[in-house]
Design a protein around this ligand. Structure first.
Ligand code: NAD
Ligand code: IPM
Ligand code: MN
Length: 352
């Protein structure tokens, strides 16, 4: 029996609705599988926790998470209670950094039965590899002076090691897919980091002669995501570019509520963290209509991570069977509730 310790962090808002939904699916998957069991330990860390303890997580949080086989996170953020930069840097970004989850993989593909906002979408199936530890997300900088003289300085950090690591990861993934990598750049406007990014990309690509590659400015690339998403296989992007691109990827799939993501610790020292692309969705919280597919597809990425790719493929097929049957939450134009979509998926898992 493979026993997997999962640290469950529902977090804030709809995270508390979709994490339990996805856990129900994972339990059903393990019942069918027989040889695998998930032991969930839930931690209540959130903005509400902050109000009580003046911190997002206790001092020993990372020690407590360290032994988990994976972390399963919903969403963090409730701006009514805690400013975003405090809640996110105190929890989500802190875990990504301390646990060296330097790569964020975010697939986007068209699922059956879902109407994309694109008028005439061709089948697309792309994967964004987002550098997850540096780039534009940096604490280097500060604010000086006051009033009209005030200046905010925000430095971006691009290390050769971090940049190359993300690019190699993208090429390795492309080798198992359609063998094409696109680099998201902005070397026409950003004068230090992006020419450096291009140089590293040129060097890395020469190690992968069997993989085709190209480089696109991020603005044009964002437009191509809307007009021709089918032309992309793997895209490698800096932290911020990858963040924005993957919300576009989610949007062209039909809803940000279905997009999955995996924060990968590549050196095996710490657990990886599985967390959908979307946030805490304060506008729909408590209504029971949050789309659970983002979190459930994220669970599929966790199965892949545990070497259960076959099961992962089956789970995605089941998700697609449910979307094809138009059992959809309102964000996708349906009338169903979170629990209806979850039940339809669990039902099909039982029949595996
Ligand atoms: P958001 O992703 O929470 O919401 C954007 C829109 O998408 C909203 O209309 C929302 O209702 C919809 N949406 C999101 N998830 C959905 C789901 N599962 N089903 C149906 N609709 C869904 O982005 P935001 O409004 O910019 O952020 C809200 C809060 O979440 C902020 O505090 C933000 O910082 C935080 N946030 C956290 C994460 C994370 O923890 N990974 C990611 C993004 C945003
Ligand atoms: C994401 C989110 C986070 C990010 C925010 C909430 C800090 O948007 O996971 O996509 O920018 O990484
Ligand atoms: Mn984002």
């Amino acid at each position: 029996m493979k026993r997997l310790k999962i640290a469950s962090l529902p977090g804030d808002g709809v995270g508390k609705e979709v994490v339990p939904a996805a856990q129900t699916v994972l339990k059903a998957v393990s019942n069918v599988h027989g040889g695998m069991q998930f032991d969930f330990t839930e931690y209540p860390w959130s903005c509400e926790y902050y109000l009580e303890h003046n911190q997002m997580m206790p001092d020993d949080a990372l020690e407590r998470l360290q032994d988990a086989d994976a972390i399963f996170l919903g969403a963090v953020g409730n701006q009514k209670l805690v400013p975003d930069h405090i809640s996110l840097w105190g929890m989500l970004i802190k875990i990504r950094r301390e646990f060296e989850q330097v790569i964020n993989i975010r697939p986007a593909k068209l699922l059956k039965g879902i109407t994309s906002p694109l008028t005439n979408p061709k089948d697309f199936d792309l994967l964004v590899v987002r550098e997850n530890s540096e780039g534009e997300y940096s604490e280097v900088g500060g604010r000086i002076f006051r009033g009209e003289d005030e200046v905010a300085i925000q430095n971006a950090i691009f290390s050769r090691r971090g940049t190359e690591r993300a690019m190699r990861y993208a090429f390795e993934l492309a080798a198992k897919r359609r063998k094409h990598v696109t680099s998201a750049t902005k070397s026409n406007g950003i004068v230090h980091s992006m020419p450096f990014w291009d140089e590293v990309f040129q060097a890395v690509k020469s190690d992968y002669p069997d993989i085709e590659s190209d480089s696109q400015h991020i603005d044009a690339l964002a437009a191509f995501f809307v007009t021709q998403p089918q032309r992309f296989d793997v895209i490698v992007a800096s932290n911020l570019f990858g963040d924005v691109l993957t919300d576009i990827g989610a949007a062209i799939m039909g809803s940000i509520g279905i997009a999955p993501a995996a924060n990968i610790n590549v050196n095996g020292k710490y657990p990886s963290m599985f967390e959908p692309v979307h946030g805490s969705a304060p506008d729909i919280v408590g209504k029971g209509i949050a789309n659970p597919i983002g979190q459930i597809w994220t669970a599929k990425l966790m199965l892949d991570h545990f070497g259960e790719e076959e099961l992962g493929v089956k789970l995605l097929d089941i998700i697609e069977d449910v979307t094809a049957a138009r059992i959809l939450t309102p964000d996708l134009g349906g009338k169903y509730a979170t629990e209806d979509v979850t039940a339809a998926i669990v039902d099909r898992v039982h029949k595996l």
